[in-house]
Design a protein around this ligand. Structure first.
Ligand code: HEM
Length: 506
């Protein structure tokens, strides 16, 4: 009897469970669906909707049409586009445990790129590397780099004085010198382009591989089956060559640094601190090269944008120079520690970061498990991208966003905390937030402040000696957005400033 009752109860429970599950599935199916997006074509999905250039601007159009979370089907793979700051925080901050892996691409696999930390999934090894880098670039550590930044910036001013037309390569050299000194303990001598070229090459290849849409094989993975001599399969040869080149560059940078330590004595650097922290050599080789690859072009692209903004906006330049003259005076160069007493220059640097977003869609993340956000299904394995460029053009945060206008960050002459700081999004989000951001901000500040203090920047003159109109395309079709090359006039402000530049280091 008892057994019969128990069996009846079990049948009822089982039936209820099945019915409830069916109702749940049905409600979920009707209530939860993929986020809206352009209608996909059979097989190709939304391949043709994926912009080839101007990613930030084109993606913003999709978000305007379909909403702040957009779904694209790229050959069967879900791509989720986050069009607002709020949506990016929802995915990358609140749901960071599910949205912090990186998409793995065919070219990354073929070039064995997973030793570069930026491209690693959130594995225990990634955590170990991340902790090491994070600890080395905390604000307190960056303060310890200020004297190196000052020295390297002083050298940049001297180079600008000597050959102002080469400003672009001087900026690149200046960034390379500071990072190579901090990471490898190597002092670059002007003219010695050995390390610099190695490091540049590392950054260029890493950037090429991570730029969406750059290699057809990512969209048509069946191309992998072709032999490397077959037309359209040249990517295989390229990948094999890059794989060797990247490893050789990584090892040359590290081995040269160790060699220099043996010959000329140990200078404190990221390498020495990681050795003292008990880290193994393989990890140190990988971390040091990865820091260079991740940080190289970004800060350089921002300094280029600074030159363009100053050439286009003499009024802004004049106001910044007035503040520098009043605060720093005529007998010294600015230091990073002057930042608090230079609110206008600080606002100008924020405006540079906002006006020209160097990583318009950041570095894509990948979701791990299926999730439900705002009633939408986000399939596990989706590529998730935040439109950082769109955040910089959000009219709710910034009035007239195309205008270069540092005053937007000021109230009563001081920085206004109520205006969204571009640093809260241009460096990415959540667990993958850029660990180099404090270093980048300090480097950008001292570079811009020192150049403004000592030079005037203006558009080049035409044959009749009239200023030309600078019309530079601020493209953003790459993982890192570079301005087209442009000329500008860079002239020392007066003889006192020239003497400051020529003076020996203090
Ligand atoms: C203006 C300068 C810079 C900008 C705009 C920038 C921006 C970014 C962005 C958007 C990301 C991706 C974050 C995410 O996935 O959500 C990132 C990652 C990273 N950045 Fe930067 N960055 C800059 C400078 C630097 C510098 C100077 C360094 C090193 C000294 C650096 C090292 C890294 C590293 C190692 C990562 C990978 C983090 C990870 O995958 O966990 N960055 N950066």
């Amino acid at each position: 009897m008892l057994m019969a009752m128990a069996s009846d109860l079990l049948t009822v429970l089982l039936t209820c469970t099945i019915v409830l599950f069916a109702v749940y599935r049905c409600r979920r199916a009707t209530k939860c669906h993929l986020p809206p997006g352009p209608r996909p074509l059979p097989i190709l999905g939304n391949v043709l909707d994926f912009p080839k250039k101007h990613l930030g601007r084109e993606f913003r159009e999709l978000s305007r049409k379909h909403g702040e979370i957009v779904h694209l089907d790229v050959l069967g793979r879900s791509v989720i586009l986050l069009g607002t700051y709020e949506a990016a925080c929802e995915f990358f901050e609140k749901r960071s445990s599910n949205n912090s892996d990186r998409p793995q691409s065919v070219m990354m696999k073929l070039t064995n790129l997973d030793w570069i930390f930026v491209f690693k999934d959130c594995t225990p090894e990634w955590r170990r590397h991340r902790r090491a880098i994070h600890n080395q670039f905390l604000p307190s550590m960056v303060t310890g780099f200020h004297h190196i930044m000052f020295r390297v910036t002083h050298n940049l001013l001297r180079d600008l004085l000597k050959s102002p037309r080469d400003f672009s390569s001087h900026i690149q050299f200046s960034f390379a010198s500071s990072v190579l000194r901090i990471v490898y303990g190597t002092d670059l001598v002007q003219g010695d382009r050995r390390y610099y070229q190695l490091a540049q090459r590392l950054a260029i290849i890493a950037e090429d591989i991570s730029t969406p849409g750059r290699h057809a094989v990512e969209a048509f993975q069946s191309l992998q089956a072709l032999p490397s001599w077959f037309p359209g399969a040249a990517f295989k040869k390229v990948a094999a060559a890059w794989k060797q080149e990247l490893i050789s560059i990584r090892d040359q940078l590290y081995d040269s640094a160790r060699d220099e330590m043996d010959r000329h004595g140990v200078k404190e650097s990221l390498i020495t601190r990681l050795i003292d922290g008990g880290e193994d050599e393989k990890m140190i080789r990988e971390v040091t090269a990865a820091v260079y690859a991740a940080g190289s072009d970004t800060t350089v692209a921002s300094v280029h944008a600074f030159f363009l903004a100053m050439a286009l906006h003499p009024d802004v330049q004049k106001r910044a120079q007035e503040e520098l003259d009043a605060t720093i005076g005529i007998d010294r160069l600015p230091q990073v520690s002057d930042q608090e007493s230079l609110p206008y220059v600080s606002a100008l640097v924020k405006e540079v970061l906002r006006w020209h977003v160097v990583a318009p869609i950041g570095v894509p993340h990948r979701s791990t498990e299926d999730d439900e956000v705002n009633g939408f299904i986000i399939p596990g394995g989706s590529i998730v991208m935040a439109n950082i460029w769109a955040m910089s053009r959000d009219t709710e945060s910034y009035q007239d966003p195309e205008r270069f206008h540092p005053e937007r960050f000021l109230r009563n002459g001081q920085l206004n905390c109520d205006v969204r700081d571009p640093a809260s999004y241009v460096f990415g989000f959540g667990r993958r937030l850029c660990p180099g951001r404090h270093f980048a901000e300090a480097k950008l500040f001292i570079t811009c402040a020192s150049i403004l203090h000592t030079f005037n920047i203006s558009p080049p003159l035409d044959m009749e000696g009239r200023p030309t109109k600078l019309d530079v395309w601020m493209g953003n079709d790459m993982a890192v957005s570079h301005l087209d090359s442009f000329d500008c006039r860079i002239i020392v402000r007066d003889t006192q400033k020239e003497a400051l530049i020529r003076a020996e280091w203090m």
